[in-house]
Design a protein around this ligand. Structure first.
Ligand SMILES: [Zn+2]
Length: 354
């Protein structure tokens, strides 16, 4: 918690320092690359409902999304599809730098709130679908946990004969309880994850299914969008698990299985893939090789960097720039700190290719 507070404070000072002294421009030459692939998750209108920090970080408002489009175009970026980005890496000419918009997981708000804005501005984009979301089988426990801590004043549960109790009277306590329970759910054997989730929610009347159908895209919405030439549907596995924890056959099943399901639903080829979680902790050389064998044209990680000519030979491990309205204090100009490569260069300790 202390480390997080320090990190937040440092970021709170670093961003304005880099931006207002214009020192971020120093990195432009070596770290801005040919362009950037942006990673979004959810696009949600502002709400007066209190939120838990972690989840809200995955959301931008429709206004922010629209401002990002305008910002990029004002700053001489061309927003292109993933297919076009791969062609640029293979030598296709482009006068400007490029930006690609990608949305992970398959949330309903991508259709409801993002799609109308992207269409209005003729922005091509890719949605990576985890097929368990539209299939209604995903357990979006991190959103249910947020609902639970916001609703209850006290939370009790038992996991493997150990009792846990959290007080959730104030927003500060709720935030604390959320992060502690989040850790408990994740820390443990991955094959018992669902069991731990059920044990946490056992004393409470919460519907996993209702939450999933409330938040997920439907196959009908996916099909409708896929018919639009602006939209590319990519695969993001069936179950959204950390792939390096699975056997080679299981990884292949997750990749090919999700691709085949989506192809059968939209009646089009699915040629792009995105690794769940996608950091060095969850994916590496073995997963890149399997994605290549599966025949994907590109695969994206959540490693943070811009795209350089060297990525021509690293199409199964393309890094991205996570778009986080909260982290950037809602200041659209701070996108420059990412596009120039100033922040990626600090994060990657001056390494360009990650
Ligand atoms: Zn994901």
């Amino acid at each position: 918690m202390l480390l997080k507070t320090i990190k937040r404070t440092t970021a709170g000072m670093l961003f304005p320092f880099l931006f207002y002294t214009r020192s971020y421009l120093l990195s432009n030459l070596f770290y801005s690359g040919l362009g950037s692939i942006f990673m979004f998750h959810r696009v949600c209108p502002r709400s007066s409902k209190p939120r838990i920090r972690g989840n809200a970080g995955l959301e931008v408002t429709p206004e922010y999304l629209e401002n990002a489009i305008l910002f990029l175009r004002q700053n001489n970026y061309e927003i292109v599809s993933l297919v076009r980005a791969a062609l640029i890496l293979n030598g296709a000419r482009i006068k400007k730098k490029f930006a690609v918009f990608t949305f992970d997981d398959g949330y309903a708000d991508n259709y409801l709130h993002a799609y109308p804005i992207l269409k209005k501005h003729s922005v091509p984009f890719t949605i990576y679908v985890t097929t368990h979301l539209p299939d209604g089988e995903a357990i979006l426990w991190w959103y249910l946990l947020e609902d639970l801590v916001l609703k209850e004043k006290k939370i009790n549960f038992k996991i493997n004969d150990q009792y846990y109790q959290y007080s959730c009277s104030s927003l500060r306590e709720k935030d604390w309880a959320y992060h502690e329970i989040h850790k408990i759910i994740l820390n443990g054997p991955s094959n018992q994850l669902n069991q731990r989730i059920r044990q946490v929610f056992e004393n409470y009347d919460m519907s996993f299914q209702e939450k999933t159908s409330q938040l997920s895209l439907t196959w009908q919405q996916i099909r409708e969008m896929s018919e639009d030439p602006l939209v590319e549907i990519g695969a993001h596995t069936i179950h959204h698990e950390a792939l390096n924890k699975l056997s080679e056959e299981e990884v292949q099943k997750e990749m090919e299985g999700s691709r085949d399901i989506i192809q059968s639903k939209i009646d089009q080829k699915v040629e792009h893939f995105c690794y769940p979680f996608g950091t060095r902790n969850e994916v590496g050389e073995r997963e890149f090789r399997i994605a290549q064998q599966c025949g994907f044209k590109t695969s994206t990680t959540t490693r943070i960097s811009n795209i350089f000519p060297e990525h021509k030979n690293l199409l199964q491990q393309l890094p991205r720039i996570p778009v986080n309205q909260k982290r950037d204090h809602g200041n659209i100009n701070y996108l420059s700190l990412w596009l120039s490569g100033a922040l990626p260069c600090i994060i990657n300790k001056f390494k360009r290719i990650v």
